[in-house]
Every structure is written in structure tokens, then in C-alpha cells.
Ligand binder design. Structure first.
Ligand SMILES: Cc1cc2nc3c(=O)[nH]c(=O)nc-3n(C[C@H](O)[C@H](O)[C@H](O)COP(=O)(O)OP(=O)(O)OC[C@H]3O[C@@H](n4cnc5c(N)ncnc54)[C@H](O)[C@@H]3O)c2cc1C
Length: 374
């Protein structure tokens, strides 16, 4: 994106704060004074041993994702001032919610043993390669796990789980769980039959309904469930971040998972699977004691690769959150966040399209702010 900035030293190169690739990039100082037409922010970029300061005349847009963005803000001195001080990072702007409210869907594999009849035939790799090269068909046209379906489902309205919990789904037709049937051999002879995600997550009890006609970006609920966190372990921006996704943190997460496993079991015990699938290899809530099952689940679940939050949006003037509805960092001029980290709640579905929507909205806001031609 060319914001028409210029580099320190006066050359007229396009401002190129890279939001691509894996190059560790950070900015150390953010100054908010007005210079010329707009706000000047100072970036210090370290790439290998090169250290450069890049000045942006209009604004800086951070799009490093729900882990990268909070990490970058914290290393830049934007975060909880007390915590930053403890880490030896000079606090530039006290914003305690940077790195808070990180959410991800928990995911587990759902393996069954194979019957002899269900064994996958050995793959003739040379023939498969030739088939791919001549007709772009065959085993190599698949990404290798035979996963072409996504099944979304709701836990039944008469499930006993609702005796203890309110329905956390965002609406009456919104799924609680997602099952991805896959067909892959893994060492040990298991057939990974599915990946199972519980995608409905506890919502704030103080959520405000969306009022028609209001800007949806300003009507998000106050979140009172903290979720996970993204932090930094030192003042060195090249250190790996500290991520606590807080999977299964709430009792409802576990209870929904038990129901989701029962529903998936029902699917895989259908008649079409009986000749292919043998014994289940996942923690079964109907076989293990509750304590053993919970232990097994805590070892089993991992990322649903849908991390959001960490720099969440909240209404202007509120006492929590990181960015305002125009995606600008609260209390600063010239710094905007445009990525999944601004989502205050995790969607009950995949996260790429919601991120595109934020990016589309951001492009309108930026055009509007700078009176740029469409
Ligand atoms: C393996 C995988 C599969 C997925 N599949 C799906 C799917 O099928 N459907 C779906 O809806 N969602 C899917 N998702 C989720 C989806 O990709 C994300 O929700 C979405 O990409 C988030 O967009 P983002 O812009 O916030 O972050 P990202 O897309 O992660 O972009 C952030 C970028 O910033 C870069 N970066 C980070 N730190 C720095 C730094 N300090 N300096 C410079 N650059 C930096 C990163 O390298 C990255 O390129 C998947 C995620 C993963 C990991």
C-alpha cells in the first residue's frame, strides 16, 4: 500500500513497512507530533543486522495477525505499562488490553483404527506423479488427507448440556461444532477420520444486541470472558511471543466437547463406515471417567488455527480494548490495526472471510480519512 510516505533522509521511495513474509520487523518509537501534512511515526526496522528508521507521513497500519500484532505493539512500548516496565521495555503508551482477549477454536483429531478392508492401497508414487503430470488428476491432485467436506452441526436442543449452560452460539441457526472427515494413515496404523472443532465459545452475558442502522463496528459487546493472552518474554523483538490460548478454560468448553464427540461418534458409527472403521482411538467421554477424560482432552486439543483478538476493538471512549471502531489505536494518532486481532469475539465459523471484511472496511476508512481517490 503506497501511503505516499517518504523515508528519513528525504528520498521519495514508497513507504514499505513490510507486512509480508516472516521477516521480523518492529518499530520502536512512535511519535505523534504533526509534521507537514500528517502524523509522523518512526519505525526502526531490523532485518539481519540492518537497522533503519522509516518515517510514515500519514499513518502506520499494522497487519501482523492476532499473535504478531500484539507482540509488535508490546515490543514497541504499547501495552500494560507496569508489565512492560517489568520486561525492561520503555512504556510509550499505557494500553493494558494489548495481548488480551486472544481466542482460538480448540481442535482435536478424531482417529479410528482401520479394518483390513478399510486399509488404504499402497501408493505407486511414480505412477501417481506421471498421472499428475499428464492429466493433473489422481492421488497427487489431492492435498494428501482426503478432506473435502466440512460438517457443521448444532448440539440438540434437548441435550442435558443445556441444563447447566446457556447456549453460547451466536444465534439459533449457528453451529456449535465442526467435523472435517479426513482419510489419512498416521504412524501406529490409525486412520485419522476427522478433525473436530468446537466452535461455539462462551460469549459475554452483557452483550448488547446489534441495533439496526447503527454502525456494527461500534456496537460490539463488552467482553467479560478474558480468553487467552499473547505476551512477550523480553524486550528483544526477535524472541518468540508467549501465547496462552486458554483452550478448555471454561466448563462449558469441556461439556460442549463431550457432546460434540458423541455426535461425531454417531456419524462415524453409521452403516457406511462399519466395514472400514475399527475401534475408536480418541478419548471417549462415555468410556473414561470424567476426570480421566478431562485429562486426556487437555493433552489432546490443540489449535483450530483460527486465532483472533489480542488487539480488540471496543466502543470509542470505553475503558477496555485496543482500537476504536475506526481501527485506530486508542489514545494515539497515526496508528491503525487491520487484521484478525481486532475481533472482540471469535466467529462461530472460519476466520478468513471475517478478516477480509475488516480489511474491506479498513480500506474505506483509510480512503475517507485521507480523501484518497477510489
Ligand atoms: C494453516 C492454516 C490454515 C487455515 N485455513 C483456513 C481456512 O481454510 N479458512 C479460513 O477461513 N481460515 C483459515 N485459517 C485462518 C485464516 O488464515 C486467518 O484467520 C487469517 O489469515 C487471519 O488474517 P490476518 O491478516 O489477521 O493474519 P495473517 O494472515 O496471519 O497475516 C499476518 C502476516 O503478518 C506477518 N507478520 C507477523 N509478524 C510480523 C512482523 N513483526 N513483521 C512483518 N510481518 C509480520 C505474517 O508473516 C503474516 O504474513 C487458517 C490458518 C492457518 C494457520
Amino acid at each position: 500500500m503506497d501511503l505516499g510516505g517518504n523515508e528519513a533522509g528525504g528520498s521519495q521511495n514508497v513507504w514499505d513497512f513490510p507486512v509480508y513474509g516472516l521477516a521480523p520487523v518492529w518499530f520502536k518509537t512512535v511519535s505523534t507530533h504533526v509534521r507537514g501534512l500528517g502524523v509522523m511515526l518512526t519505525l526502526i526496522r531490523t532485518l539481519g543486522r540492518v537497522l533503519r528508521t522509516i518515517n510514515a507521513r500519514h499513518e502506520v497500519i499494522v497487519s501482523a495477525g492476532s499473535i504478531g500484532t500484539p507482540q509488535l505493539l508490546l515490543n514497541s512500548g504499547i501495552g500494560d505499562a507496569t508489565e512492560l516496565k517489568r520486561l525492561g521495555i520503555p512504556a510509550f503508551h499505557n494500553l493494558p488490553d494489548v495481548g488480551k482477549y486472544f481466542r482460538d477454536h480448540a481442535s482435536m483429531t478424531f482417529p479410528y483404527a482401520r479394518t483390513a478392508q478399510g486399509a488404504l492401497p499402497p501408493l505407486d508414487r511414480a505412477a501417481a506423479l506421471q498421472q499428475w503430470q499428464t492429466s493433473k488428476t489422481g492421488p497427487f491432485s489431492d492435498r494428501g488427507i482426503g478432506s473435502h467436506q466440512l460438517l457443521f452441526a448444532r448440539i440438540a436442543a434437548n441435550s442435558s448440556v443445556w441444563k447447566n449452560h446457556n447456549d453460547p452460539a451466536a444465534g439459533p441457526n449457528v453451529p456449535h461444532m465442526e467435523l472435517l472427515p479426513v482419510n489419512a494413515d498416521v504412524p501406529g496404523g490409525f486412520n485419522i477420520c476427522g478433525a473436530l472443532l468446537v466452535i461455539a465459545q462462551p460469549f459475554s452475558s452483557t452483550q448488547t444486541p446489534f441495533v439496526q442502522g447503527e454502525d456494527p463496528f461500534s456496537t460490539f459487546a463488552h467482553v467479560n470472558i478474558l480468553g487467552g493472552t499473547v505476551g512477550v518474554r523480553s524486550s528483544n523483538p526477535f524472541d518468540d511471543p508467549l501465547v496462552n490460548p486458554a483452550y478448555l478454560a471454561e466448563q462449558v468448553d469441556l461439556d460442549l466437547y463431550a457432546e460434540a464427540i458423541r455426535l461425531s461418534k454417531k456419524f462415524f458409527t453409521g452403516p457406511n463406515w462399519s466395514t472400514i472403521l475399527g475401534a475408536p482411538q480418541y478419548p471417549d467421554p462415555d468410556i473414561l471417567s470424567r476426570a480421566d477424560w478431562e485429562d486426556a482432552m487437555r493433552n489432546e486439543v490443540s489449535s483450530g488455527i483460527h486465532g483472533v483478538g489480542g488487539a480488540i476493538m471496543s466502543p470509542r471512549g470505553s475503558d477496555y480494548g485496543v482500537v476504536d471502531p475506526d481501527l485506530k489505536v486508542k489514545g494515539l494518532r497515526g496508528l491503525r490495526v487491520v487484521d484478525a486481532s481486532v475481533m472482540p469475539h471469535i466467529p462461530d465459523g472460519h476466520t478468513a472471510v471475517p478478516t477480509y471484511i475488516i480489511a474491506e472496511r479498513a480500506s474505506d476508512l483509510i480512503l475517507q480519512d485521507w480523501s484518497l481517490p477510489v
